[in-house]
Design a protein around this ligand. Structure first.
Ligand code: PLP
Length: 390
């Protein structure tokens, strides 16, 4: 399910320019070749640009636009909506900057928004902020399409699928249809899937939003976010919000992100395949409960995931019997760093309950599978499980 055989559906590369994900990733956003110029031009460090006379674009001031962002934004749009015209991408300083820019540019006092109750851990803070501005916030869990019951009268539906860290999945097409039928916009957080795993705009969503900090850039060294959308007016409002709050990425970060996208398909395929291998190894362990990976055929998320995703991500979650057992397991791992975030080439894992924000058991572990050799990683995990048994 990860090759060009899946191309050709709605929104696939335009006729005449068919290509697979790897080809698209290495070429995404590159400018036309210019003799003696690099393939991917280096970062443009500029707070302002020469601007005699009337202040017309494309480049005026560094908070409004930057040529390094332009190339990255083209790359993101090509990945999120290959072959589709009119899709705009905007890059941000972080995933939260991107998320907040959609929420705060699209909603006003008196509006209603539906947020995931099991989404990214900053949502409770976002909720309080929205409510302080007179916006009604309703929540629904990601799995089971429970959003349908609280949609009435909402202006915006926010989906995070697969959800982080629980890995539940909702039916994006079905929820988009219900939301659009009553005039609500739909945004999908595509962080965990990456654009190679899922294309929310093709599923009908109005916005595909993501943290580029995770698997998109994949090296654990960049904070980045983006918003993509097709509706020019809505995107103009998001762009205006970026200007107002100044949540802009530095040129170096934007350039690093663009460089990293060239290896996206390689990283994603390796990491996701190993995630499935690890999940299969973990399911044989008696001390592991609540194992979740949407790529496992009997996972509760698998059926819908297989209808709308092309790859299932690099995150595996599971629960060990106690907090102490989970802490000891993490301590005994040698190839896996005890760290938050996910999607990097080096595996990380953490006891998610230590943050206090997610409704997860004390022994709940979120495991992000890196690009190590699968046999080395699985052996390390099984050894750490053995050694933590006490
Ligand atoms: C990490 C994450 C975010 C926030 O991204 P930052 O780049 O850390 O601001 C948002 N949504 C999901 C699903 C995430 O995993």
């Amino acid at each position: 399910m990860n090759d060009s055989a899946t191309e050709g559906g709605p929104g696939a590369a335009a006729p005449g320019s068919p290509c697979g994900d790897g080809t698209r990733a290495v070429r995404a956003g590159l400018p036309e070749p210019v003799k003696h110029e690099p393939t991917l031009p280096g970062p443009v460090f500029a707070a302002h640009f020469h601007l005699p006379g009337d202040p017309t674009g494309p480049y005026t001031y560094g908070r409004d636009e930057n040529p390094t962002w332009t190339l990255l934004e083209r790359a993101v749009a090509e990945l999120e909506a290959p072959g589709q015209d009119g899709v705009e991408a905007l890059v941000f300083a972080s995933g939260m900057a991107a998320i907040s820019s959609v929420l705060f540019s699209q909603l006003r006092a008196g509006d209603t928004v539906v947020l995931p109750s099991d989404g990214y851990q900053v949502f409770p803070l976002v909720r309080a902020q929205l409510e302080s501005y007179g916006i009604e916030v309703r929540t629904a869990p990601t799995g089971g399409d429970a959003q349908l019951e609280v949609l009435d009268g909402a202006q915006l539906l926010w989906l995070e699928t697969p959800s982080n860290p629980g890995l539940d999945v909702c039916d994006v097409r079905r929820l988009v249809e219900a939301a659009h039928a009553q005039g609500a916009l739909v945004a999908v957080d595509n962080t965990l899937a990456t654009p190679l795993g899922q294309r929310p705009l093709e599923l009908g969503a109005d916005f595909a939003v993501a943290s580029g900090t995770k698997q998109l850039t994949g090296h654990g060294d960049v904070l980045l976010g983006y918003v993509t959308g097709r509706d020019a007016e809505a995107m103009a409002a998001v762009r205006r919000w970026r200007k107002i709050v100044g949540a802009v990425p530095g040129p170096m970060e934007a350039w690093l992100a663009h460089r990293s996208i060239a290896t996206l398909q390689l990283r994603v395929d390796r990491q996701n395949a190993t995630a499935l291998t690890l999940a299969q190894a973990l399911r044989k362990r008696p001390e592991v409960t609540g194992l979740r990976y949407p790529g496992l055929p009997d996972d509760p998320s698998h059926k819908i995931a297989s209808q709308q995703m092309r790859r299932y991500g690099c995150v595996v979650s599971f629960t060990l019997p106690t907090r102490a057992r989970a802490d000891l397991f993490l301590d005994r791992l040698r190839l896996v760093d005890d760290a938050t975030s996910f999607g990097g080439v080096r595996s990380t894992a953490e006891r998610r309950g230590r943050w206090g924000g997610d409704a997860v058991p004390e022994g709940f572990v979120r495991f992000s599978v890196g690009a190590e050799d699968p046999e080395d990683l699985v052996a390390d995990v099984l050894r750490a499980l053995d050694e933590s048994a006490g």
